[in-house]
Design a binder for this molecule. Structure first.
Ligand code: MF3
Ligand code: CO
Ligand code: CO
Length: 269
């Protein structure tokens, strides 16, 4: 019974209906609520494994499912990417130090729908330049989201993000992108965080996808470590990321993963 109804565009992008929006709303809310809770565990001295344990237990407690445990062999309920780690950091024995900045990325499955979101956190107090990186990255995501409405293109989203980031003398990672999602984790299209106005597929009401820009203080190049997951900046500069799951509406978009508590940046809570 999966995905047999509805339409797929010529670009291979599925178009969802109102009942599907309700499914995504519920899934996105759970993911956002868990990110709201996790800030209090982000303190100097904590391990990233302890943060992931909390997330996994909270997912179980709520009777929902982790989308990442078992995904292509991944074994954790979150990705935790510290400092120069761009994305897909594996939770483990690493102990957080005062001033570390980290992205926590959680994806849950609720009644078959995927809610995928990430935010930045700080252990203790971060240097001013790290705070600026975090602020610019969040603003870049929100400017990308502001470009979402029927008739605009995916290139308009990428352009909004890239032009803002580069005007702040930071760089957009090219090696990872956002993605369609719904009753699957990763679907067409690839949502690039750079681009030219009017390029790529046209946005239509009923599309679901993530926008998840990664922004570096230095150069945009990345490499993946020998664990086959952890992506880092080649020049070891700091990297930040924010991610929302959204749906295109008649006039703009709905953000499924907005924080119910109004949080988006935490240095404690
Ligand atoms: N949540 C990530 C994304 O934004 C994907 C993580 S896959 C994992 O698409 F296996 F690394 F967890
Ligand atoms: Co994603
Ligand atoms: Co994610």
């Amino acid at each position: 019974m999966e995905d047999i109804r509805g339409r797929v565009t010529r670009d291979g992008i599925r178009i969802y209906d109102d009942a599907d929006f309700a499914g995504m709303r519920a899934a996105g809310r759970v993911a956002a609520e868990i990110l709201d809770m996790v800030g209090e565990f982000v303190v100097p001295g904590a391990t990233t494994a302890a943060i992931d344990d909390f997330i996994r237990e909270e997912i179980v407690r709520r009777g929902v499912v982790s989308a990442t445990i078992g995904y292509k062999g991944y074994q954790h309920a979150s990705c935790i990417s510290v400092n120069h780690v761009v994305c897909h950091g594996i939770p483990g024995a690493k102990v957080l130090n005062n001033g570390d900045i980290l992205n926590i990325d959680v994806t849950v499955i609720v009644d078959g729908w995927f809610g995928d979101t990430s935010r930045m956190y700080v252990a203790g107090t971060a240097p001013r330049k790290a705070e600026r990186l975090i602020e610019v990255t969040h603003e870049a995501l929100m400017r990308g989201i502001a470009a979402v409405k029927p008739g605009n293109t995916f290139g308009d989203i990428g352009f909004a993000i890239q032009s803002f980031v580069e005007s702040n003398r930071m760089s957009v990672v090219r090696d990872f992108c956002g993605h369609g999602l719904g009753r699957v984790f990763h679907a067409p299209p690839n949502v690039l965080h750079y681009g030219r106005p009017g390029s790529a597929a046209v946005l239509e009401e009923g599309m679901f996808f993530t926008i998840e820009p990664m922004v570096n203080l230095g150069r945009p190049e990345t490499k993946v470590l020998a664990d086959d997951w952890t992506a880092v900046t080649r020049d070891k500069s700091l990297s930040a990321q924010y991610e929302h799951s959204i749906g295109v509406t008649a006039t703009g978009c709905e953000i499924f993963t907005l924080s119910p508590a109004g949080k988006f940046f935490s240095s404690k809570g």
